[in-house]
Design a protein around this ligand. Structure first.
Ligand SMILES: Nc1nc2c(ncn2[C@@H]2O[C@H](COP(=O)(O)OP(=O)(O)OP(=O)(O)O)[C@@H](O)[C@H]2O)c(=O)[nH]1
Length: 299
């Protein structure tokens, strides 16, 4: 093939429609630019929350299980309140703060995220701030018969709510995948029973948000998995697969059974004040899913 005689990159851009920037009349230095967000007026209403979401950022996550320190990709929602006489917040400051924490190599847990939230409210000169963050948390999972190790993950969740002169509030959570085997199908069929992947979502309010001693991620995962027909495993050889299949048959669960059994475990956890448990089964004999949910407070 003969060699193409391409124009320069700049010439190519011009040919495809790029133009030179206009001279312009508006200021280009920051000091001379209007700060619209901080122009005082009566803007009719105060706001509960304004900020940014879908912010993907790497974070260091501590864990009681191996790997005990891991870098994960978190999705943040970060908001503050806004007074009636302020037009807008300075949104760039939220990302500035997140980047400053990253450069400090921070380890994200409940106390450090509580500090982050409180600092954000101060930086934005607002009375309240809220951070919600979801991140994949990885842990080693060993197969039930041949003890083969692989890495698995669940989605973990932290929400911190800061309000000036009030105690910090927190919510923790996990979204874990499990196997459920249908009790009805097992009961009525001559052999076999349909089973499916269930998604258990737990959110919980700890009594003392800053001093949750246990690795709450492991604690909530245990509540979801130990009540399922079977856990999921990354590596399964034939003896493992036999064990998993038979364990599921020995422990049939409806979605209703799942949320009630997980709720019982959470009820027994002394550090948890209130919780919500949802189970969604991706049904293997339908196109639709089966769902159940319970919300409970010990207060
Ligand atoms: N408040 C507000 N800001 C927005 C909106 N949409 C985009 N922006 C952001 O406005 C930002 C620039 O504003 P600021 O953060 O106030 O920038 P600045 O005033 O130079 O920042 P400071 O030096 O911290 O005062 C950009 O990061 C945009 O992302 C919006 O709907 N509301």
């Amino acid at each position: 093939m003969s060699k193409l005689n391409l124009p320069t990159k700049q010439e190519r851009h011009t040919r495809f429609g790029s133009i030179q920037p206009a001279a312009g009349t508006k200021p280009t230095s920051k000091e001379l630019m209007t700060d619209l967000q901080n122009k005082p007026h009566d803007y009719l209403f105060a706001l509960d929350a304004v900020g940014i979401c879908e912010v993907k950022y790497p974070v260091n996550i501590p864990s009681s299980t191996s790997p005990t320190m891991q870098v994960s990709m978190a999705a943040f929602k970060m908001t503050t309140s806004l007074g009636r006489h302020s037009k807008g917040i300075n949104m760039s400051r939220i990302m500035e703060q997140l980047e400053a924490y990253r450069q400090e190599n921070w380890v994200m847990n409940l106390p450090t995220l509580a500090n982050f939230t409180q600092e954000l409210a101060a930086r934005m000169q607002q009375t309240s701030a809220e951070i919600e963050v979801w991140f994949p948390w990885f842990y080693e999972r060993i197969s039930p018969a041949l003890k083969k190790t692989g890495l698995q993950h669940s989605e973990a969740f932290i929400k911190i709510s800061y309000e000036k002169d009030c105690p910090i509030k927190a919510e923790i959570g996990i979204k874990a995948a499990i196997t459920t085997l249908c009790p009805c199908s097992k009961e009525i069929s001559e052999y076999s029973a349909h089973n499916q992947r269930g998604i258990v979502t737990i959110t919980a309010v700890p009594y003392d948000p800053i001093n949750v001693n246990e690795d709450w991620k492991a604690m909530l995962l245990e509540a979801a998995e130990s009540n399922a027909s079977s856990m999921l495993y990354p590596v399964l050889k034939r003896p493992d697969e036999k064990k998993v299949t038979e364990t599921a048959y020995e422990n049939p669960r409806f979605v209703e059974d799942m949320v009630r059994l997980v709720a019982a475990d959470l009820y027994e956890m002394e550090s948890i004040q209130a919780f919500t448990v949802e189970c969604r089964n991706e049904e293997s004999i339908h196109l639709h899913d089966a769902i159940a949910k319970i919300t409970f407070s010990k207060e």
